[in-house]
Design a protein around this ligand. Structure first.
Ligand code: SAH
Ligand code: F3S
Length: 480
């Protein structure tokens, strides 16, 4: 979700709650849409607000402040937020002192327009400006409009410990880069989240230590493009070449970072997301293979199986180079699960090019996939220079074909686990029954199994797989 992989749709927009409580009586109702990075940012926002005396509430009608962390990635995501803004405003009619703030990518994309045209919000805050929230809140309390959409050149929140929202207490996100320099032609992220910068490894390790002390067992290192992580003492990724020779030689790349985290925290399971194929180096795959505590799962969005479409998308690899990467992963880590993001009906996509997407999927047989119809986004290079010319009904038809093929492959991959034993980190009760646990395998497959008396949330247990659906493995606990 962008960064990243999109979070489970059902979880989108839930009211977010924290455990810590402040004594001041103010209440904030906080909702988050979009990717995991947004959810992690919402945790940073909650941490900043807690210091200002705000507790989270699930009851919007009692809130002093309603904040929505927004996503711009597709038009539908923005429409969802607009509907929510209407809802907040209907409540504001009953509770006129309530203030409404828009955070995140839509705030960055629309800026003043939100205050000028929509009249629906009091405060507009871009993804790099959350430190300014206390001042902005003061502004609106004093009756002034409040906006801050400045983007930053440095990692923005390294020293803020996010308070975990709606957390299962077992797994947590840790941001390692912000922004993106890739300029894929369809994507709004480089415009809403700014230039790419990496976070000081020391502050990453400190955050993981903190999580370990609070009994967390799994972390996901997050970034739009984690494989291009580069720490050379601070600054933008694009300025790395201008750094001194010494700084360049001492620089820490993503493979080094993974290695350091895995060695420092042998008891913590480590995941990461997202990998852009053009930046994923072999050293990362070797580091994954070396450490048992790095999960054997790579989210490797490809967007299309056609080299000509990839070129129009400004993805900097061909179909053949992607296949080489897949072959390398499979030979170095045979048990590795791989997932994709795919876009159906990008500008100029022909039926032949779409068929190349299906044939690539047939070759890889992905474990999971996140699939979308192309949505033309104002301001992107594709919007400026290309026609959104694939008719909607054809986009939808191609998307359906991609989804159906993915379901077939998902089931195929799940069936490979029948009769095998997998290691599962218990995350909580299964959705359907309190008599069963749910958790994930190293390969990120959801596993459900009957509880026995000897285990609890956060335990790593072995489960022998006896049955499966296309989304879940079902099994019984065993001793190894
Ligand atoms: N590099 C990021 C990508 C973020 S966007 C990451 O970490 O995953 C997540 C996914 O949304 C992309 O991989 C792409 O498949 C999809 N997406 C982005 N822009 C889109 C658009 N304009 N229309 C449809 N899907 C889009
Ligand atoms: Fe978007 Fe491409 Fe970056 S999809 S987030 S511009 S890697």
């Amino acid at each position: 979700m962008g960064s990243n992989q999109i979070i489970d749709e059902k979880k989108q927009g839930q009211a977010l709650l924290t455990k810590p409580k402040s004594v001041n009586g103010k209440k904030v109702y906080l909702e988050s849409y979009g990717c995991q990075m947004n959810l992690n940012d919402s945790e940073i926002v909650a941490s900043i607000l807690l210091k200002e005396g705000y507790n989270t509430t699930m009851d919007m009608e009692k809130a002093d402040l309603v904040l929505v962390n927004t996503c711009s990635i597709r038009e539908k995501a923005e429409q969802t937020v607009r509907k929510r803004l209407e809802k907040y405003n209907s409540i504001k009619k009953v509770n006129p002192t309530m203030k409404i703030g828009v955070l995140g990518c839509m705030a960055e994309r629309l800026k003043e327009k939100f205050l000028e045209e929509e009249q629906m919000v009091d405060m507009v805050v871009g993804p790099d400006a959350y430190r300014d929230l206390p001042n902005l809140i003061k502004d609106i309390e004093d009756g002034r409009e409040a906006i801050n959409v400045l983007l930053s050149k440095e990692e923005t929140y390294a020293d803020i410990a996010p308070v975990r929202l709606n957390s299962n207490g077992v797994s947590a996100f840790v941001s390692i880069t912000r922004g993106c320099d890739n300029m894929c032609t369809f994507c709004v992220v480089p415009f809403t989240r700014g230039r790419e910068r990496s976070r000081d490894p020391k502050s990453i390790l400190k955050e993981i230590k903190n999580l370990q002390d609070k009994n967390y067992k799994e972390i996901t290192l997050l970034g739009q493009n984690v494989d291009s992580y580069i720490w050379y003492g601070g600054g933008l990724k694009k300025d790395f070449n201008k750094a001194s020779k010494e700084a360049q030689e001492k620089a820490i790349d993503f493979s080094n970072l993974l290695d350091i985290c895995a060695l420092e925290f042998p008891e913590i399971r480590i995941r990461f997301s997202t990998s852009n194929p053009q930046d994923m180096k072999l050293n990362v795959i070797h580091t994954m293979a070396k450490h048992t505590n790095i999960c054997k799962y790579i989210h490797l969005p490809v967007q299309s199986g056609s080299t000509s479409v990839l070129e129009r998308m400004n993805r900097k690899h061909t179909r053949e180079e992607y296949i080489d990467l897949i072959n390398n992963i499979r030979s170095i880590i045979p048990e590795c699960a791989i997932s994709h993001d795919m876009i159906a009906g990008f500008s100029g996509e022909t039926e032949e090019e779409h068929q190349e997407t299906l044939s690539l999927m047939e070759y890889v047989k992905y474990d999971f996939g996140f699939m979308f119809a192309y949505s033309d986004r104002p301001g992107t290079p594709a919007h400026k220079n290309m026609q959104d010319d694939v008719p909607l009904n054809i986009k939808k038809h191609r998307l359906t074909e991609i989804i159906q093929l993915q379901q077939k492959h998902g089931l195929y991959r799940m069936k490979q686990f029948l009769g095998k034993t997998v290691e599962v980190l218990i995350e909580g009760n299964s959705k359907k029954s309190d008599a069963h646990w749910k958790g994930r395998s190293s390969q990120n497959a959801m596993v459900v199994f009957q509880k026995t008396e000897n285990e609890k949330i956060g335990d790593l247990v072995f489960v022998k797989i006896t049955d499966c659906t296309s989304a879940t493995l079902i099994g019984t606990k065993t001793t190894n």
